[in-house]
Write a protein that binds this ligand. Structure first.
Ligand SMILES: [Ca+2]
Ligand SMILES: [Ca+2]
Length: 406
């Protein structure tokens, strides 16, 4: 008994001494190291296109971001980083003037590249090749998808809208522009839900419904720094007592609305707002975007009927196929997911949108809007790094037609 007690005491004492020794030691030195990033210009571009590229290095585990810019040789060094999982995003926006100097084309373009998360533990070089984006100059400026609460606490989603902005220095004709919502759920909303079956396709996006701006080609000009609003319903949602007094928007002066002609007249054709052409539709009584967060793309094609219709793998034969839109046709793509931890549910490949934005909940009247990068002669140039995690900000209220917080 005595022996046992002595032993127990001895062990305890030894453990205390050991703990003391450990705590007195300096913490184990974490070896910091340099990560070099070498950026190559897009194919056909001069090497100068790879200089002055803004790089951001995001530590995926810690959520921290470091930024720097490439030198004249397209190179940059993050001198002292911790071992860990990182994503690298490269972006350079060229104004129409800069593009004219560099590539002889007077149109604003964004050059970007993305390296998806990888683990780095020792000095290393990451090679990125820029791709040209935003050649069309049109970007999705704002998506108001969360909807609003009615005075009696009901859910209201008919006030959703998407705003498209001319981010270039030239007038762009919007005739023929297509807008579509991307197939797939926005996150784990119900148990057992899974990311889209098309998740691994990096070169295409699969859309559920497609709408198109009509026109002959030169009917609907959009001046630089101006935008168009596409409403689910082109009406003053807050001004009409039969709708939702609490709605944050009046969409009676929207440029377009989605009118979904049905036998039961569930969707109303508001006479003052012209209707988009409905090219493809997979359900619902209107073009309802997921209130948990939609994927939205704008694209152009000269032959919509030629786009492949792809059945959803494993779906019943009665479920309509989705429209497969090649990346090359996509002008802009924005991913909004349910929340910060819904990354696995991304529907849009990182090559089109490297990140995603999100709101605090549904029916919160919140909206997501692209950040302003700079102002040129009074015209806001919006940030377009093909990464909605960085390009977009969450607003407590929608701001149709505005680019700042006014
Ligand atoms: Ca409608
Ligand atoms: Ca109408």
């Amino acid at each position: 008994m005595f022996f046992f007690r002595l032993t127990a005491r001895t062990v305890t004492a030894f453990a205390l001494v050991a703990a003391f020794v450990v705590s007195c030691n300096p913490p184990t030195e974490v070896q910091r190291f340099a990560l070099t990033v070498e950026v190559a210009p897009p194919q056909g571009y001069p090497s100068a296109a790879a200089s002055g590229v803004r790089l951001s290095l995001r530590n995926v585990d810690r959520g921290t971001t470091d930024t720097t810019s490439t030198d004249a040789a397209g190179k940059a060094v993050f001198a002292s980083i911790l071992p860990g999982k990182y994503e690298v995003t490269a972006t350079r926006s060229l104004t129409a003037e800069a593009a004219q100097m560099l590539i002889g084309r007077s149109q604003a373009v964004t050059l970007s590249a993305f390296s998806s998360s990888a683990t780095y533990n020792a000095p290393q070089t990451v090679n990125l090749t820029l791709e040209v984006a935003g050649v069309g100059g049109l970007v999705i400026k704002e998506i108001y998808y969360t909807g609003s609460k009615t005075p009696s606490g009901g859910n209201y989603f008919s006030d959703q809208f998407v705003e498209i902005y001319n981010n270039s220095a030239d007038t762009i004709f919007t005739d023929g522009l297509c807008i579509a919502d991307v197939y797939g759920v926005s996150g784990l909303i119900n148990p057992g839900q899974r990311p889209t079956e098309f998740k691994d396709d990096q070169n295409n996006v699969y859309v559920s419904s497609v709408w198109r701006i009509p026109g002959t080609g030169r009917q609907y000009p959009l001046a630089p720094g101006r935008s168009i609003i596409i409403a689910q319903d082109g009406v003053n949602h807050s001004g009409d007592t039969t709708l939702n007094r609490n709605s944050p928007v009046d969409l009676s002066r929207a440029d377009w609305e989605t009118f979904n002609q049905r036998d039961d007249n569930r969707d109303i054709d508001f006479p003052n707002v012209p209707n988009l052409e409905r090219l493809y539709f997979t359900g619902g009584f209107d073009w309802l975007l997921p209130v948990f967060g939609p994927g939205v793309v704008i694209f152009r094609t000269s032959d919509f009927a030629a786009l492949e219709r792809t059945p959803i793998p494993g779906a019943a034969a009665t479920i309509q196929p989705r429209i497969k839109v090649p990346r090359a046709l996509v002008i802009d793509a924005v991913e909004a997911l349910r929340d910060a931890s819904s990354a696995d549910f991304k529907r849009i490949a990182p090559s089109m949108d490297a990140g995603f934005t999100f709101a605090n909940g549904t029916y919160t009247s919140e909206s997501v809007r692209r950040r302003v990068q700079s102002t040129v002669s009074g015209r806001a140039v919006l940030q377009d790094g093909n990464n909605s995690s960085m390009d977009f900000q969450l607003l407590s209220r929608p701001t149709p037609r505005r680019t700042d917080g006014m």
